[in-house]
Ligand binder design. Sequence first.
Ligand code: DC
Length: 278
Amino acid sequence: MKKDLIIALDGPAGAGKSSASRLLAERLGYRYVDTGALYRAVGLLVWEQGLDPEDATALGPVCEALDVRFEPGSGGQRLFVGQRDVTERIRRPEVSQMASRVSAQPLVRARLLTVQRELGCGGGVVVEGRDIGTVVFPEADLKVYLDASAEERSRRRHQEFRHTGRPTSLALTRRAMQERDERDTGRSHAPLRPAADAVILDTTDLSLAEVVDALATYVENCASGDAKRKKHGARLLQPDGEGGMERREAGSFPGGTHAHGTQHRTRTNPGSKRADRH
Ligand code: DC
């Protein structure tokens, strides 16, 4: 298989991007770039310095001085800001909100665009974020937009919080996620949306393993030439003009009957027995 593909994975919080991207990268022997962590690093700095995330003048020096990098370490990749390991700190709920707010600022996006392109340079990489297929790597070999019902995404995020010792209520998690969704999709610069040539994968009713298998199949098809067809218009899925997606071509989803229910935007089974699968 071609070893230097750029794989763009976008989607809202809780759609399963991080776990799936990490596992896919491992399976392919690719690098993994979590671009949300970079926005979180900026959010953390702004929060620690008590700055107004909507004040572009105040954000200027933070962006200019930004020194951020990933290093291998315990539990996978670690994120450093200067000499400081901020891997755990950037996951705090207040930093999530701050990251979402600073990410609406063109200055921050421009600074991180350079960082992200450097990290993806040369290919052989799975890059995960919100605007990877639309802005950061519009020429990516494969673009996938992972989605899931709001209910399922909140449930997953709530579970993550519980596992990391930051208990909060499901209702609060859901509200915070909704706020972030609105900001991430509503901002004028690089809003969260699927690229026109992205494959849409609804993970609501899928286990993590199923999602990774599906992605691996897309990659195989992409590497063996389907990507060219996709780029020339024979996309797996295309917008139906009403905000949903219409299935255009059966194609490649593994698992037989699953394929039909999951590639549509229709969500049928929120909060089912799959509670611990993501
Ligand atoms: O993926 P995440 O939850 O760690 O991302 C944190 C915030 O960063 C998210 O609310 C939106 C922003 N973000 C972005 O605007 N563009 C990206 N490519 C990645 C994240």
